[in-house]
Design a binder for this molecule. Structure first.
Ligand code: ZN
Length: 313
């Protein structure tokens, strides 16, 4: 497996533990790991609403006017891929419940992997294998609409983590705190990306007439998302779980007809953007003291830049 495909886990080790992920802009929403689906959806709606309020507070008047016109919906369906911005009379954003569910699951599994890595250094490979497995299930379910969906095996089972060990790890207060922050960052990135398509005028512009043009717009929305989430104090590291699932579905080489840039390249962009901006903020100095390699110009940071230059246009 190439360095690029291995990126999400590599980045996790390098970045997310080193620069602890703590939103500074506003309070976290408490969330329970085993809430029933409806309660979970209520929880997600609360997070989305908190984010919309936070975004609105840091926006300029034109941006805010666009956000206020936008109807954000979380339809109660399990379509994993349904995340979109569109116009239907008014401005719309739809993020399906199924997508949010997978996103939250991936955040939880990520945290579990990090805490379990001391016991099993191979856990990151298992996490990556799990993404591939999950992609297969999602594909299968999308191709057999009308049949009962296959429920994926939980990550802890898949990775051979005893249930009581997983439960103990995930009940720790530091794990819960990290989890709340990561879930919020992930939802923030997705939401801000879709807001970006509205704010940047992509929906009024003529349809992209080439795949390259479409990819350019997606990159622009990603940059907007990284910038907007950072403005409310949520590091754009949320791009990691939000895009990790897509990395399992693609090869290392960009498809010239793809409408989106390679997910691993989108992750790299968000990582580099986040580190560059944290480095400008004096409050982040203690984080970099813990992990000097992550400073711009440091060896780990340089690895990301090199990967990006080699694999991403
Ligand atoms: Zn997009």
């Amino acid at each position: 497996m190439s360095a690029l495909r291995r990126l999400p886990c590599f980045v996790v080790v390098g970045l997310m533990l080193a620069l602890s992920l703590v939103p500074r802009g506003f309070a976290q929403t408490a969330s329970s790991d085993n809430a029933a689906a409806l309660a979970l959806r209520d929880d997600q709606i609360r997070v989305v609403n908190a984010l919309l309020t936070a975004f609105s507070e840091v926006m300029g008047p034109d941006e805010r006017a666009i956000l206020q016109e936008t109807d954000v919906r979380i339809p109660m369906d399990y379509d994993m891929t349904r995340v979109m911005a569109y116009r239907d009379g008014g401005r719309m954003i739809e993020i399906s419940f199924g997508f949010l569910g997978v996103l939250i699951e991936l955040c939880d599994d990520w945290i579990l992997s990090e805490y379990y890595s001391a016991q099993d250094p191979d856990i990151y490979n298992k996490y990556e294998a799990y993404l591939t497995y999950l992609n297969g299930i999602i594909d299968r379910n999308e191709r057999s609409v009308g049949q009962d969906p296959v429920t994926p095996q939980p990550f802890a089972d898949f990775a051979g983590i005893p249930a009581e060990v997983a439960a103990e790890i995930m009940s720790r207060s530091d794990a819960q705190e990290y989890l709340g922050a990561l879930r919020m960052a992930a939802i923030a990135f997705v939401l801000a990306h879709e807001i970006g398509h509205h704010v940047l005028g992509h929906l009024e512009a003529p349809r992209a007439d080439s795949a390259a043009e479409s990819r350019a717009r997606e990159s622009e929305a990603d940059r907007y998302a990284a910038e907007l989430t950072m403005r409310v104090g949520v590091p754009a590291f949320g791009a990691l779980p939000a895009l990790a699932i897509f990395t399992a579905a693609e090869s290392d080489v960009a498809d010239p007809d793809a409408t989106h840039p390679l997910a691993s390249c989108r992750i790299l962009e968000a990582m580099i953007y986040t580190v560059d901006h944290l480095a400008e903020d004096a409050n982040s100095a203690p984080l970099f003291e813990k992990s000097p390699d992550m400073r711009p110009g440091g060896s780990q940071y340089q690895t990301f830049v090199t990967l990006k230059n080699q694999h991403c246009s």
